[in-house]
Ligand binder design. Structure first.
Ligand SMILES: NC(=O)C1=CN([C@@H]2O[C@H](COP(=O)(O)OP(=O)(O)OC[C@H]3O[C@@H](n4cnc5c(N)ncnc54)[C@H](OP(=O)(O)O)[C@@H]3O)[C@@H](O)[C@H]2O)C=CC1
Ligand SMILES: O=CC(=O)O
Length: 325
C-alpha cells in the first residue's frame, strides 16, 4: 500500500500526478482555521506533509504520530518548529536556489520603483493628473552609482549584489555574521558592521530570514542611524523590521521611502498606515511569484518529499542531522 500524505496547497496537474504515483494523497485547500482541524485528523495516518503557508508546530506534530517527512514549497521555514521536527527525527525539506534570481529581481524592482516613484506616478497618470510637462514634484532619485547596503548576504543577497553592481554600477556594502568571499571577489562588496551599513547605505536591502536573532533587527534606533535620503527595501521577512517604528520613520522623514514585499502581518491589514503613505511601495509577498519559479519550487518540493520518504535525501534538507540517525 502507498504511504498517505497530506497536501495543503494546490499543485499543477502533472506534479499532483507525480505525487499520486508515489502516495495516497489527502488534499486540502490551504491551511487555515477551517481546514486545520481536518488536516490534524488526516495527519493521524499521514507519513508525509507538503504545502506552504501554515504553522507546523508542536500541536500539529502531536497529531502526526506516523510523520516521516515534511516538505515546504518555500525557502523560508520560520513557520516550522524545526527543533521539534528534529527532536522527532523528521526531515524538513525546502526549496532554495530555484527562486533566488526571481526574488533578487523583485528586490531590484522595489529599489527602482521606490526611487523613481514608478507606482505613484503611474497612479497619477491614471487619475488624469498628467496635464503638461511634469515638474519637480514628480521627480525621483537616481539608483545607479548609489550605495547599496545588503543585510542578509545569502543566496538572494548575492544575486541582488550582482544585479546592483554589474547592472547599476552600485558600490555594495554588506553586514553578515561571516565573510562572503564570492560577494567580495565578484562584486567588490565590502563587509561592515550594522551601524556603518545604516549610516552609508542609500538603499538598505534586507534579505534576512526571521529568527530570534533577526526579530526587529531594524527598529527605531537603527532607522535613526540611516540617511534621511535612504530607501529601505525588505523582501526577507516582515518581523525583521519593527513596522511601527518604520511607519513613524516614513511619516516623519527619518528615511525617504520604503519598498516592502513582506510585513509583520500578512495579508497586510486594510487599515495599515503603510497603505496611506505615498513614499511606500507595498507588494503582496510576490518575491518568487512568477509562473516559472513557482512551478520550479513546487516541483522541487514534490521531489524533496519523495526523497525524504524513500530515504534518498541528497540536498535541500533544513535539519540534515536527522538523516544520520
Ligand atoms: N519575499 C519573498 O517572497 C521571499 C523571501 N525570502 C526570504 O529570504 C530569506 C533568505 O533567503 P536565502 O537568501 O535563500 O537564504 P540564505 O540562507 O542563503 O541567506 C540568508 C542569509 O541571512 C544571513 N543571516 C541569518 N541570520 C543573520 C544574522 N543574525 N545576522 C546577519 N546575517 C544573518 C545568513 O548569514 P550567514 O551567511 O552568516 O549564515 C545568510 O547569509 C529567506 O529565509 C526568506 O525569509 C525568500 C524567498 C522569497
Ligand atoms: O517567502 C517565500 C519563501 O520562499 O520563503
Amino acid at each position: 500500500m502507498k504511504p498517505s500524505i497530506v497536501l495543503y496547497k494546490k499543485l499543477p496537474a502533472d506534479l499532483r500526478q507525480r505525487l499520486d504515483q508515489h502516495f495516497n494523497v489527502i488534499e486540502f485547500n490551504g491551511m487555515n482555521s477551517t481546514t486545520r482541524p481536518q488536516i490534524l485528523d488526516a495527519l493521524q495516518q499521514a507519513e508525509g506533509l507538503i504545502g506552504s503557508n501554515g504553522k507546523v508546530d508542536k500541536e500539529l506534530l502531536d497529531h502526526a504520530p506516523r510523520l516521516r517527512g515534511v516538505s515546504t514549497i518555500s525557502v523560508g521555514f520560520d513557520n516550522f518548529d524545526v527543533e521539534e521536527l528534529t527532536r522527532r527525527g523528521i526531515p524538513l525539506m525546502h526549496t532554495p536556489t530555484v527562486l533566488t534570481d526571481t526574488v533578487a529581481d523583485t528586490m531590484m524592482t522595489l529599489v527602482l520603483a521606490t526611487a523613481r516613484r514608478a507606482v505613484e506616478s503611474a497612479e497619477r497618470v491614471k487619475a488624469g493628473e498628467w496635464n503638461g510637462s511634469i515638474g519637480a514634484d514628480w521627480f525621483g532619485v537616481d539608483v545607479h552609482h548609489k550605495t547599496m547596503g545588503i543585510l542578509g548576504m545569502g543566496r538572494i543577497g548575492l544575486a541582488l549584489a550582482k544585479r546592483a553592481h554589474l547592472g547599476f554600477d552600485m558600490p555594495i556594502l554588506y553586514t553578515a555574521r561571516r565573510q562572503h568571499a564570492e560577494a567580495e571577489n565578484s562584486f567588490n562588496a565590502r563587509r561592515c558592521d550594522l551601524d556603518t551599513l545604516l549610516a552609508e547605505s542609500d538603499f538598505l536591502c534586507i534579505s534576512l530570514p526571521h529568527t530570534d536573532e533577526t526579530f526587529h533587527m531594524i527598529s527605531r534606533e537603527q532607522l535613526a542611524k540611516m540617511k534621511s535620503s535612504a530607501i529601505l527595501v525588505n523582501a526577507g521577512r516582515g518581523p525583521v523590521v519593527d513596522e511601527e517604528a518604520l511607519i513613524e520613520a516614513l511619516q516623519t522623514g527619518v528615511i525617504h521611502a520604503a519598498g516592502l514585499d513582506v510585513f509583520e502581518q500578512e495579508p497586510l491589514p486594510k487599515d495599515s498606515p503603510l497603505l496611506k503613505l505615498p513614499n511606500v511601495v507595498a507588494l503582496p509577498h510576490i518575491g518568487s511569484a512568477t509562473h516559472e519559479t513557482r512551478y520550479g519550487m513546487a516541483a522541487c518540493a514534490v521531489d524533496n518529499l519523495i526523497a525524504a520518504l524513500t530515504g534518498n535525501v541528497k540536498e535541500f534538507c533544513v535539519n540534515p542531522e536527522v538523516l544520520k540517525k
